[in-house]
Write a new protein. Structure first.
Lengths: 177, 223
C-alpha cells in the first residue's frame, strides 16, 4: 500500500509551494533593512528641503494708507509700508498704490507693476488719462484694463475702509475689468 | 626623483594599468586635427570639459570671499571684484567661462548631431549628454542670482514666473525653488546651495558616466 502511495505521489506531484530560497530571503531582508536604514538620514533631509512648500503662507495684514476723503476719481499715488518676514530677515519695504474711485464711488487701488515685464507704470504721463509704462509703452485704462502691449490688466490691492481710512491688503488679480 | 616616488607607489599599488586605461589610448586618424584639420570639431567636448574644470576651480576660490546673504552678498562680490588682488580675473574667469561653457557644449552637441554619433550603440551617451546640458543650464541659472544685484534679482523673478507657468505643479515648483513667498534671503541661500553643492555633484556623476561610456564604446567612426 505504502509503496503504491509513494509511486502515486511521484506520478502526481502535489501543488508545490514556491519556496523562497534562503539566499533570496536574506537578500530581501538585507535590502529591506538597508532601505529602512537609508530612510533614516534621507527623510529628514527631504523634509528639510521641502519645508517652504509645507509652511503656511504668512497672512498679509491690511495696512492703513490714506484717509478715504482724500481719494478722488482721479488716480493718485500713495506710498505705504508693509511688514515683511522673509525667513530670518524681517523688513518694512515701501509699496506704492494708485488709488481712485470708480463710477459708483467705490475706492479701488491698483498695483503699479506693469503686467508686461514688471516695470513701474505711471498715471497720465501723456495727458491721455491712461496708465502708461515707460519701458515698452504698455497702456492701461483708469480701471487697469490693458490696452496695449501688456497681456493682462493691472493687479489690484484688496481694499478695506475702516473708520474713514483706506486699508490695503494683498495683491489680487483685477476684479474691475 | 619623481620616477622613484612613482615606482615606489606602483610597486605597492600597481597603478600603471589604471593609468593606462585612463590616458593611454590611440586617437583615431579621423579625429586628429594633425591629419585632417577639419577634425578640430572633435575638440569641442574636451574644451567643454576644460572650461568646466576652470569653472570648478575659480568657483572654489570665489567662495573664499563670497557670502550668500542678502545684506552682504553684493558687498562681498563688489569687494572680491575690486579690492582683492586678481579678483577681477578670478571672477572674470567664472563669469565669462559660464557663457563659454554653454557655447562649447552647443558646438559639441552640433558635432555629435551632424556626425550622427548619437546613433546606436551610443544613444545612452546622448541622453546623458542632454542631462549634462540641463544641469549646466541650472548652474548658469542659479549662479546668476548670487551677486544679488538688480539684474540678478529680476532675472530670477522672471525665471520663477516661467516655472510658475507649468500646468498644475507650477505654484509648488515656484515655492520650492523660491524657498518662500518672495525672492529673498531664503532664495539666495537655496540657490547658493544648489549652485555650489547639488548641481556640481550631479554634474560630476554625469560627466563620469559620459566619459566611461565614450571610453567603453570608442569614438564613432569617420563619416
Amino acid at each position: 500500500m505504502s509503496n503504491q502511495n509513494n509511486s502515486n505521489e511521484a506520478a502526481h506531484q502535489p501543488v508545490k509551494r514556491k519556496e523562497m530560497s534562503r539566499r533570496q530571503f536574506l537578500a530581501y531582508t538585507l535590502g529591506g533593512a538597508s532601505a529602512f536604514m537609508a530612510m533614516g538620514p534621507v527623510l529628514p533631509m527631504i523634509r528639510f528641503a521641502v519645508d517652504p512648500l509645507l509652511t503656511k503662507e504668512s497672512q498679509t495684514s491690511f495696512v492703513k494708507v490714506v484717509e478715504e476723503s482724500q481719494v478722488t476719481a482721479e488716480p493718485q499715488e500713495f506710498d505705504f509700508q508693509i511688514h515683511q518676514v522673509d525667513g530670518w530677515y524681517e523688513s518694512d519695504p515701501k509699496l506704492t498704490a494708485w488709488i481712485s474711485r470708480d463710477e459708483q464711488g467705490n475706492v479701488f487701488a491698483l498695483s503699479p507693476v506693469c503686467k508686461h515685464l514688471g516695470c513701474t507704470i505711471n498715471w497720465n504721463t501723456q495727458n491721455d488719462n491712461e496708465y502708461h509704462c515707460p519701458c515698452h509703452d504698455a497702456k492701461y485704462t483708469k480701471e487697469g484694463k490693458n490696452l496695449a502691449v501688456a497681456p493682462n490688466p493691472l493687479d489690484e490691492y484688496e481694499v478695506e475702509i475702516r473708520d474713514g481710512f483706506v486699508y490695503l491688503g494683498p495683491v489680487v488679480p483685477n476684479q474691475h475689468v | 626623483m619623481f620616477k622613484g616616488i612613482y615606482n615606489w607607489i606602483d610597486e605597492r599599488l600597481d597603478i600603471t594599468p589604471m593609468w593606462r586605461d585612463v590616458a593611454d589610448h590611440e586617437v583615431p586618424e579621423h579625429v586628429n586635427p594633425a591629419h585632417h584639420f577639419s577634425a578640430f570639431v572633435y575638440c569641442f567636448g574636451g574644451l567643454t570639459f576644460f572650461i568646466t574644470v576652470i569653472q570648478i576651480l575659480s568657483g572654489m576660490f570665489l567662495t573664499m570671499y563670497y557670502v550668500p546673504d542678502i545684506i552682504n552678498a553684493y558687498a562681498s562680490v563688489d569687494y572680491l571684484q575690486h579690492k582683492v588682488a586678481f579678483g577681477a580675473i578670478v571672477r572674470g574667469m567664472h563669469h565669462w567661462g559660464a557663457s563659454l561653457v554653454i557655447v562649447m557644449m552647443f558646438l559639441h552637441t552640433l558635432r555629435v548631431f551632424f556626425t550622427g554619433s548619437y546613433k546606436a550603440p551610443r544613444e545612452m551617451n546622448w541622453v546623458v549628454g542632454m542631462l549634462i546640458f540641463f544641469v549646466m543650464l541650472g548652474l548658469g541659472l542659479t549662479g546668476y542670482l548670487l551677486p544679488w544685484d538688480n539684474k540678478a534679482y529680476f532675472a530670477t523673478k522672471v525665471t520663477l514666473s516661467i516655472a510658475e507657468s507649468v500646468p498644475y505643479l507650477g505654484p509648488y515648483i515656484k515655492t520650492l525653488i523660491n524657498g518662500g513667498d518672495i525672492v529673498g534671503a531664503q532664495t539666495l541661500t537655496r540657490f547658493f546651495a544648489i549652485h555650489v553643492f547639488f548641481l556640481p555633484g550631479a554634474l560630476l556623476a554625469l560627466l563620469g558616466a559620459h566619459f566611461f561610456m565614450i571610453r567603453r564604446q570608442g569614438i564613432s567612426g569617420p563619416l
